[in-house]
Design a protein around this ligand. Structure first.
Ligand SMILES: Cc1cc2nc3c(=O)[nH]c(=O)nc-3n(C[C@H](O)[C@H](O)[C@H](O)COP(=O)(O)O)c2cc1C
Length: 193
């Protein structure tokens, strides 16, 4: 994840198109394809930050870095599209009962789209970061950009030319011994609840 960008280096239109295409060319539950991307550049990016941050507070290090991103891709998903798709005869979940879902596939699919865009960004020599949006600001974002009812904002992918080497997480990466279980779940010294 890259959290500071070189504002002097724009993202070329063809590069951006390829990253977006990667986000759409992902598996989706029932091939619902219920994830949509709202692409913001220029003044629309400025507007996003003014809608989601406190204008009276000085930006912290995270915000100062992220505001340098020339492109933001807002990732939306439509739960209703999945409920409709799975109510079709080949699935048959006509009761639209949320308890049927192993996990909400509308969120799973959004994660698939995000990861594909992150990989595509790296392949294009860009940096990227996925980040969340304060829930209480999402309504204002939806209104500002004309997003219809029924769309849920999952998060945002920032894109741009990386600036600096970035900062490693203070957390250590967990080992495969802790996280991979073969045949039977083994107790580990730091169990994940
Ligand atoms: C679901 C999800 C939510 C995340 N939210 C944020 C976020 O709000 N802000 C942020 O700076 N990074 C966010 N991240 C990035 C993680 O902090 C990052 O992936 C982790 O620290 C590992 O770093 P790396 O991806 O650079 O290896 C998020 C990642 C995921 C998968």
């Amino acid at each position: 994840m890259v959290r500071r960008y070189d504002p002097a280096v724009p993202v070329a239109a063809d590069v951006l198109d390829r990253v977006l295409e990667a986000g759409l060319r992902v598996p989706s539950a029932g091939f619902t394809q219920g994830v949509s991307l709202l692409v913001l550049e220029g003044a629309d990016v400025e507007r996003y930050w003014s809608l989601t941050t406190d204008p009276t507070a000085a930006p912290d290090r995270w915000l100062a870095g992220m505001r340098t991103a020339p492109v933001l891709v807002l990732v939306w998903t439509a739960p209703g599209a999945y409920l409709d798709r799975y109510a079709e005869p080949d699935k048959g979940w006509t009761d639209r009962d949320p308890a049927r879902w192993t996990a909400p596939y509308w969120h799973v699919d959004a994660g698939m789209a995000v990861l594909a865009m992150l990989y595509a960004a790296v392949d294009e020599g860009l940096g990227a970061c996925f980040f969340g949006v304060p829930p209480e600001r999402i309504g204002a974002v939806a209104t500002a950009y004309g997003v219809p009812d029924g769309q849920e904002l999952v998060g945002v992918v920032s894109l741009g030319a990386p600036s600096g080497s970035g900062r490693r997480s203070r957390r250590e990466r967990r080992s495969s011994d802790e996280l991979v279980h073969r045949g039977h779940w083994r107790p580990t010294s730091h169990p994940i609840s």
